[in-house]
Design a protein around this ligand. Structure first.
Ligand code: SF4
Ligand code: SF4
Length: 229
């Protein structure tokens, strides 16, 4: 008997459910991904929380413990997306596991796929004024990753309600002055939220011991993460 697409989706959910605290969502992203991924218009987003006690310690800037946690969670996500990709390969469908944190476009400062866009459509949360994904469960204290595939999933396709409201904690806390302070919606270009060059330069100039990869102050101050923590 042939396996249906829904059965494959349920098999994927069973694998995801074997991992503790793993958030997930399914979304159609064919209208927002690049030509490279035109044959894989469906996304599985997975997300793992960062340790709340570690994040609480970086209100004034990152430390080695936070950097290690950031790298560990990214590595775990990359192992899980690889496992999901292998499973999809076995079913005879296309799949790409997009690394959780890998810059491929150094001019425009971005990776090969916008994880956050798929996460929002998959119902994980909204994009905060800080340009971070803000989840209902962990606020921005989370790392995410994506598998792209041609399996026609039943998708959530929910663009989450934006609960930033009048809050501007991240705007005031950003030492680089990089966060503009606008409320996000799907039509808003990234530069209306954040000056990524300012953020990048701040990290490179001030936290070179972490290779300019992390700062995390806007992650730590967001009330949506703090109250959950
Ligand atoms: S990571 Fe740091 S520099 Fe970049 S936007 Fe957040 S608070 Fe500002
Ligand atoms: S700190 Fe406030 S404004 Fe910034 S992302 Fe969090 S809720 Fe939104």
């Amino acid at each position: 008997m042939q396996t249906t697409d829904l059965e494959i989706q349920n098999d994927i959910i069973k694998i995801i459910d074997t991992f503790e605290n793993l958030l997930y969502g399914f979304a159609y992203i064919g209208d927002i991904s690049s030509c490279k991924f035109k044959n894989t218009p469906y996304a599985i987003t997975i997300g793992l929380p960062l340790s709340p006690t570690i994040v609480d310690e970086i209100i004034t800037g990152p430390n080695q413990v936070y950097y290690d946690e950031y790298c560990n969670v990214n590595d775990k996500l990359d192992l899980i997306t690889q496992q999901l990709k292998n499973e999809i390969d076995k079913k005879g469908y296309l799949a790409y596991a997009i690394p959780s944190s890998k810059r491929t476009d150094f001019v425009n400062i971005k990776g090969e796929f916008p994880h956050k866009a798929a996460a929002v459509r998959g119902g994980l949360g909204w994009i905060g004024k800080s340009s971070l994904l803000i989840t209902r469960k962990y606020g921005p204290r989370i790392r995410i990753s994506t598998v792209l595939t041609d399996i026609p999933f039943q998708t959530n396709d929910l663009v989450g309600t934006n609960y930033c409201g009048t809050c501007k904690k991240c705007v005031g806390a950003c030492p680089a002055g990089a966060i503009v302070g606008n409320l996000w919606d799907e039509s808003l270009p990234r530069e209306k939220l954040i000056d990524v060059r300012k953020c990048d330069l701040w990290k490179i100039n001030n936290y070179s011991q972490f290779h300019g990869h992390v700062c995390g102050i806007c992650v730590a101050v967001c009330p949506h993460g703090r109250k959950k923590a």
